[in-house]
Structures are given as C-alpha cells and as structure tokens.
Design a protein around this ligand. Structure first.
Ligand code: 13P
Ligand code: SF4
Length: 352
C-alpha cells in the first residue's frame, strides 16, 4: 500500500545510502507518497533548470513523465544518468506529435512557400525528436510558465509560428498574452493531407497550431466554471493554460503548476478557490491551506494516469537498485538528437 511504513523506510534507507550521488526531482503532479522523497519539486521549467544545475549528482531520479526525463538527460552532462522509475510514464499529449508527422508538416510548409518565415515553438511536453526538429529549424522550446516570452522571441525571428503539440497553450498564449485574434490561428491536423488546410490558410495564419491536447485538462469545460461560480459565490477560478480557450477565458487566473501554488500561498485567509488542473496537486494545495476554501474545478476530472504510474514501489525499486550498483530505467537520448534538442532547450533557458 502507498503508506506502507516498510516501503517508506526502504526508500529512506536507499536514499541515505546513495547520499549526494542521487538527486530526486518531483513534478507537482506526483503522488504524495513519492513527492515526500523529492529533493526539489517544481513545474516543468523549474525542474529542467534544476536538472541543469546539478553537475555533481551521479544519478537524477526523475519523478515525472518521460519527456521531462529526456529533457533532463539532454541538459545534464554525459556522465550523469537520468532514471525514470517507471518507463510506462509517458504523456498522451507528447505522443500526439511524432517525428514523421512533424517532418511531413515541414514539407507542407515548404511546398506552401512559407517554411523560411516560420519559426517552430515546441512545448516542453514533446519527445526529444520533436525538440531536435525545433532546434534544427531555428526554434525554441517553451513551458507553460514562459510561453509568452518564447512567442515574443519567435516573432522577432520570423513572421509565423508553428506551435506544437498543444493547441490550447498555443492559442491561449497568442490570444491572451499577444493580443491576437482567434482568426490569426489555424489548426494543423496531422491526420489529414496538408494538415486539412489550404495554402491560402497556411500563408495567412500567424499561428499554425498543431492539433494536440492534454486529455486531463481537456475535460474541464465552460460548464465546470459556470457550475462552480453558482455553487460557491465569490470563488476565484484558477486554471492551467492547457485548458480549452473558453475555459481559460472564463477563469480569473491562468498559469503553470508552480504559479498555481504561488497564487494560493499569497491568497488571503477565507478566500475561495476552484482549481482546474491535475488532482494530486489540487489535493496538496487544499491540504496546505486549511484557512482557505480550495475545491477541484470539476469533480469528474481526475489524476493524470501516466504521472500516477510513478508510485512508491517503483521509486523504492529504482533507489534500491541504484544503491546496489544496478543502473535501471536509464533515459538516454542519442547524441545527434541531443545536440539539436539541446540547442532548442538552451534557447528557452536564455529567454529574458
Ligand atoms: P507545468 O509546466 O505547469 O508543471 O505543466 C506540466 C504538465 O505536464 C501539465 O500538464
Ligand atoms: Fe501529459 Fe496532460 Fe499528463 Fe501533463 S497532465 S503529463 S500534458 S497527459
């Protein structure tokens, strides 16, 4: 069981045995039973920076999902090893853009005569292959906490942006933060010839949005917002930018997981909050603020199932294996992919 005192003790002992040789990173969507062993917790931007800042740890145990561990491998030195306690912890959004599909898309843009003026901006939630594509074509990575800066930068480099794979973060940032209209955005569907778009549409668009989304955040609706406002008068609605545009538009505050935590830390006692993001985080925030009313934006939405794959038994297994000298579940990006992906990630880290 998750609270099994034996497992807790084994994790503690293995971590103690490894000492400074191991550094455990925990994303805010991780289970409580795992997060208690994280040396640092954060949103995906903070965790990428933390990984890059740990030159002394031999092992980085990444409690999060596959694309985060890949990014950590890219940003750490060659002799450091990144371990993902369960290899099945993927991300369905990241899987919505494959290397073949993105290469085909670039051909479509080339045939439309616009590839030269398009700058790719890829959300962190993408495979190392997609990050390498991005780096190769002069683009940058972004996360939910720096998407505006990334888009500002991209529009200094070119006239159009190909944003992938999350259509919602792309659209929300373009409209909310850059003042574009919905008509400035077109949706590229990788399952249709030419993305389902005409050459004219491709040429006229400022933002070419990849048709990807997060299945967890995609379930919050405008009705979730209306219902909670009716149920709890005076409630503040705080959502992650992976939510649909209409949800983000109806909300009071929008930001990354780290931002959500900071907003609640600064909120006055007695204030009321409905939070639209993954459940582990919302439950932890609610527990940390007994003086505030914190509810989940929609009771039918639940955990991110892949984030939840990292549980205490997997963490114990990974730590004990490392402590016994067995390197398990290493995430290693091949060197050619790594060099181009690193270019894109470093552009992100250099954003003002
Ligand atoms: P953050 O960068 O806000 O932590 O988001 C990561 C993520 O996967 C959200 O679904
Ligand atoms: Fe991927 Fe959504 Fe889970 Fe984040 S919450 S890891 S975007 S599936």
């Amino acid at each position: 069981s998750p609270s099994d005192p034996d497992l807790v003790e084994r994790a503690r002992a293995a971590k103690e045995k490894l000492g400074e040789r191991v550094f455990v990173l925990g994303h805010h969507y991780q289970r409580d039973e795992v997060i208690q062993f994280a040396d640092v917790t954060g949103d995906s931007f903070k965790l990428a920076r933390e990984a890059a800042a740990r030159p002394d740890a031999e092992y980085i145990v990444f409690c999060g999902v596959h694309f985060m561990a890949e990014s950590a491998d890219i940003l750490t030195s060659a002799d450091q090893k990144v371990v993902l306690p369960d290899l099945a912890a993927g991300c369905s959004m990241a899987d919505m853009a494959t290397a073949e599909q993105v290469a085909e898309c670039w051909d479509v843009l080339t045939d439309a005569g616009i590839a030269e003026r398009v700058v790719p901006v890829s959300y962190m939630n993408s495979s190392a292959d997609i990050k390498a594509f991005t780096g190769k074509h002069g683009g940058t990575i972004c996360t939910s906490s720096n998407a505006k800066k990334a888009l500002d930068w991209a529009f200094e480099q070119g006239e159009q942006v190909l944003f992938l794979p999350d259509q919602h973060l792309g659209r929300n940032t373009a409209v909310r933060d850059l003042g574009m209209s919905l008509d400035d955005c077109v949706l590229y569907n990788p399952h249709k010839p030419n993305g389902g778009l005409t050459v004219e549409q491709l040429r006229a668009a400022k933002m070419i949005l990849w048709r990807g989304h997060c299945s967890v955040h995609g379930r919050f609706s405008i009705d979730s917002v209306r219902d909670v406002r009716e149920r709890i008068p005076g409630v503040n609605v705080l959502v992650h930018p992976e939510c649909k545009h209409e949800v983000v538009t109806a909300a009071d505050y929008v930001g990354s997981t780290e931002y959500i935590i900071k907003v609640l830390d600064a909120a006055p006692a007695g204030s009321k909050w409905a939070i639209g993001t993954e459940l582990n985080l919302v439950r932890r925030v609610a527990q940390a603020h007994p003086d505030k009313e914190v509810v989940f934006l929609d009771r039918t939405v639940c955990f991110c199932s892949t984030m939840n794959r990292i549980d205490l038994p997997h963490l114990v297994w990974a730590l004990e294996s490392l402590a016994e000298g067995n390197l398990v579940n290493q995430i290693q990006v091949d060197s050619e992919t790594e060099s181009f992906a690193k270019l894109a990630l470093e552009r992100m880290l250099a954003l003002p």
